[in-house]
Design a protein around this ligand. Structure first.
Ligand SMILES: [Zn+2]
Ligand SMILES: [Zn+2]
Ligand SMILES: [Zn+2]
Length: 331
């Protein structure tokens, strides 16, 4: 591929106090290309023998050597260079499938690579936050179907994380305990929304879920990031990620689209002892055929409306999980 010039900058939204990445070149990225898959073995970047692979994102939203901003705004606007790194984790050489279709060892390798990249990218001076996520399905806007995750190394702490950091920091100040540990305790005491519990992890529909089949996965032990997890915990996490994705695919007996995100501590070397890493899943479906949209009230007012009870959805997910476990154990 010929070398592309990047048109990139960070624009500050003074009303919401949030950065927006303006990546003009991304307009030209391929949408579900009909040609050969760039992640299947044998292409320029995927030569040799491998199980999991890290590749630079060819259409990055943040780069290590960003060009000077192309706009020159006056206050109240402001602009910054788009420092950062965008990577792709190719999870398997096999072209189709979900995390649950990969072997246990394979998913474990994916997790180890997540931990390695988190540390490596997080150690760069311009990186304050390493964000790991996985988009699955055309409903989410995925343009390449080969199993893969992505990493965005941000030069700032994203607002959603910042909100969680603020509430857990204030909670810790006030109660001397971790907010997430207390959420876990409340969920375990109630029990109605727990979809699956393993030795080291709990997967549950949050009490105030926003998306119909939203599931959060918390490690039982208070850890801030993947590198703090033991070998056994990582094995267990790999298993639970397979269970959750298999549960989703059993729910309506089709491959359910979802977004999976890792929330870990920032990498700006401050003390975040009060924060507890976790994984969140947001599938957009509200039943087999219908999607839930973030529409007027959700997007325009920032208030989510959840139809049905989260406890009812959790029941459905528990039943799907039973089916999924039988399948997984017979694999
Ligand atoms: Zn492929
Ligand atoms: Zn905790
Ligand atoms: Zn979170």
């Amino acid at each position: 591929m010929e070398k592309m010039s990047f048109e990139l900058e960070l624009r500050w939204n003074p009303l919401l106090r949030e950065w927006v990445i303006v990546a003009a070149h991304r307009h030209f990225r391929p949408w579900q290309p009909k040609t050969v898959c760039p992640f299947c073995p044998g292409s320029e970047e995927t030569k040799g023998k491998w199980n999991v692979l890290v590749l630079p994102n060819r259409f990055p939203s943040l780069v290590e050597n960003p060009p000077p901003p192309f706009s020159s705004p006056k206050p109240p606007y402001k602009v910054e260079r788009a420092y950062g790194i965008c990577e792709v984790i190719v999870e398997t050489p096999i072209h189709e499938g979900d995390l649950c279709d990969l072997s246990q060892e394979n998913v474990r390798k994916v997790i180890d690579l997540f931990a390695e990249r988190y540390q490596k990218l997080g150690s760069k001076s311009f990186v304050k936050y390493v964000f790991i996520f996985r988009n699955k399905g055309a409903a989410i806007g995925v343009s390449l179907h080969h199993p893969h995750s992505q990493i965005y190394a941000f030069p700032f702490i994203p607002p959603r994380i910042e909100k969680e950091l603020r509430s857990s920091s204030e909670y810790f100040e006030k109660h001397g305990r971790c907010l997430f540990c207390d959420v876990l305790k409340a969920e375990k005491e109630d029990g109605k929304r727990i979809v699956y519990e393993s030795r080291y992890m709990v997967a549950f529909v949050p009490y105030s879920a926003m998306w119909p089949y939203e599931i959060h996965v918390y490690p039982k032990r208070h850890v801030g990031s993947l590198p703090e997890m033991s070998e056994e915990e990582r094995d267990d996490l790999a298993w639970v990620l397979r269970v959750v994705t298999a549960t989703y695919n059993s729910l309506f007996d089709f491959s359910l689209p979802y977004i999976m995100v890792f929330h870990q501590i920032p990498t700006d070397d401050k003390d975040y002892g009060f924060y507890h890493m976790h994984i969140e899943f947001y599938p957009p479906h509200r039943d087999r055929e219908k999607l839930k949209y973030a529409a007027g009230v959700e997007w325009g007012a920032g208030v989510f409306i959840y139809d049905r009870k989260p406890e009812t959805r959790a029941e459905e997910l528990k039943a799907a999980c039973k089916k999924a476990l039988m399948k997984l154990k017979n694999q």
